[in-house]
Design a binder for this molecule. Structure first.
Ligand SMILES: NC(=O)c1ccc[n+]([C@@H]2O[C@H](COP(=O)([O-])OP(=O)(O)OC[C@H]3O[C@@H](n4cnc5c(N)ncnc54)[C@H](OP(=O)(O)O)[C@@H]3O)[C@@H](O)[C@H]2O)c1
Length: 328
């Protein structure tokens, strides 16, 4: 039996290409003392993976050349030398882009609570990012206006729906009419602006007649710059991601920083792992909303590990529609 796995073959300069990855056939590893051997069923693809392919300084170490690409998976324990996990358990793991792997860091998930893939999306890392970013950094109050970019995606779709559940006006920004229709009509946002349809300035004014109190930024660049100009006094900006810049070799230079001073804005970066001690709280809250049918969710599924690089490239180009996953 072999273990197909994708390793990083080279570091991309600009957009990612298939040539940056190499598919290898390795032996299936044996679990050491305290470890489980897991057969992965789902692999999560996330924008942060682009950062890990680079060796620039960041909040986490990059993947080395020749090392298996990082990523969270949901899988089944096929052999256990772990004190509390048994064969047949379903687990969340950090095993990355491979079919099998051994780890001590597997967390058992409850199959009866939600479809397994949800543990990588709505009630997993992206959902928690939305929950803690909005609640703790955005601190929205009833009646305020919350704007979120990449609004149809894994994080953005949850941010806007939580904003509505917490009594706010929710305005999304997304690329293309189909995504905007989904955000407004299916997810229940008050408005969604299509940044690919032309200048956003006037549509943003119209959609946010009382200005913006919380901007949850997933994209950076020009959209961030424009949102700065519509922020209300003492507004909060959650800097969650800058995906418009991930493939660029020249970072975007912000023009409207003066708005931070004039409007006494609070601008704070967020990394979801800073809230790891409170994941239980988010799981309970998000799981509760899912059970009540109050959170909707959509996935983009690529079939087979061999298509993982294509899935990541699609995600970075906005071809995904909802949480990007690979079904193994
Ligand atoms: N800080 C943290 O702890 C944390 C955790 C998770 C995610 N994030 C960040 O949150 C953001 C969203 O992540 P996600 O997992 O939810 O991904 P996602 O929104 O499901 O997918 C990425 C989306 O980004 C949009 N996009 C791509 N290129 C763009 C560009 N040039 N300009 C504007 N939008 C662009 C595309 O949507 P459109 O088609 O609408 O453009 C694409 O569908 C990313 O920046 C990610 O790095 C941060």
């Amino acid at each position: 039996m072999t273990n197909p796995r994708w390793v990083l073959a080279s570091r991309p300069l600009g957009p990612v290409s298939e040539a940056n990855f190499r598919l290898e056939q390795a032996p299936v590893p044996k679990p050491g003392d305290g470890e489980v051997l897991v057969r992965n069923l789902w692999l999560s693809l996330d924008p942060y993976m682009r950062g890990r392919m680079s060796d620039a300084k960041s909040y986490a170490k990059g993947v080395d050349i020749g090392e298996v690409m990082v990523g969270q998976t949901i899988g089944e324990v096929v052999e256990s030398r772990h004190p509390s996990l048994r064969m047949g358990d379903t687990v969340l793991t950090p095993l990355g882009w491979q079919l099998y792997g051994t780890t001590r860091e597997a967390t058992k998930v409850d199959k009866s609570r939600a479809p397994l893939s949800y543990y990588l999306g709505l009630i997993g890392m992206p959902g928690m990012t939305a929950y803690f970013g909005l609640k703790e950094i955005g601190q929205p109050k009833t009646g305020e206006t919350v704007v979120v970019s990449a609004a149809s995606g894994a994080v953005g779709s949850v941010v806007g729906q939580l904003a509505k559940l917490w009594g706010c006006r929710a305005v999304g920004i997304a690329g293309g009419r189909e995504k905007c229709d989904y955000v407004k009509n299916e997810l229940g946002f008050d408005a969604c602006l299509d940044y690919k349809a032309g200048a956003l300035r006037e549509p943003m004014k119209e959609a946010c007649p009382k200005g913006i109190d919380v901007y949850f930024d997933n994209v950076g660049g020009e959209i961030f710059d424009l949102a700065l100009t519509r922020m209300n006094l003492f507004g909060r900006i959650v800097v969650c991601g800058t995906i418009s810049d991930y493939n660029s070799t020249e970072p975007y230079r912000v023009r409207n920083m003066r708005a931070v001073l004039v409007n006494r804005l609070r601008l704070q970066g967020m990394i979801v792992y800073d809230w790891k001690d409170r994941y239980g709280e988010a799981l309970k809250a998000l799981g509760g909303y899912v059970a009540e049918g109050r959170l909707k969710y959509r996935e983009s599924v690529v079939q087979g590990l061999e298509n993982a690089p294509r899935g990541l490239m699609d995600l970075l180009n906005g071809k995904n529609f909802g949480k990007q996953l690979v079904k193994l």
